[in-house]
Design a protein around this ligand. Sequence first.
Ligand SMILES: [Zn+2]
Length: 161
Amino acid sequence: MKLKIRTGFGYDVHQLQEGLDFWLGGIKVPHTHGALGHSDADVLIHVICDALLGAANMRDIGFHFSDKDPKYKGIDSKILLKEVMALLSREGYEIGNIDSTICLQEPKVNPHIPAMKACLAEVMGIPEDDISIKATTTEQLGFVGKKEGVAAFATVLIHKQ
Ligand SMILES: [Zn+2]
């Protein structure tokens, strides 16, 4: 039987605002500002969802979980990620690996990466070794550098027999 391997990509941005909880990679990162959004605005989970859906050619996160739907107001993005995993597994797909980058000027993301990996591995039911999370600033340039927002990118491989 032929192994079907597909790749997917995700990109997302959220505004940062003072006084909001900052959910990133499934955990709450201590900071003066947090991301603004209809859900909990977890930009890393959103790009992973979009990359997974894209790999399976199943549209995007906004298609499945509308930001007009009050049901998703303030929702924990880990619940959305679980639902995306269920959609893919219904189609017979398994995860190969995930690679991601968070673009944020501050706070430093690196100390939180082990906790994010552990959290996402548990939510997705895959080994931590299959989840890579990287972080970069944008050297004070652009909306990320000016601390107005947070951006993230992710690529994934999925496969099925
Ligand atoms: Zn988002």
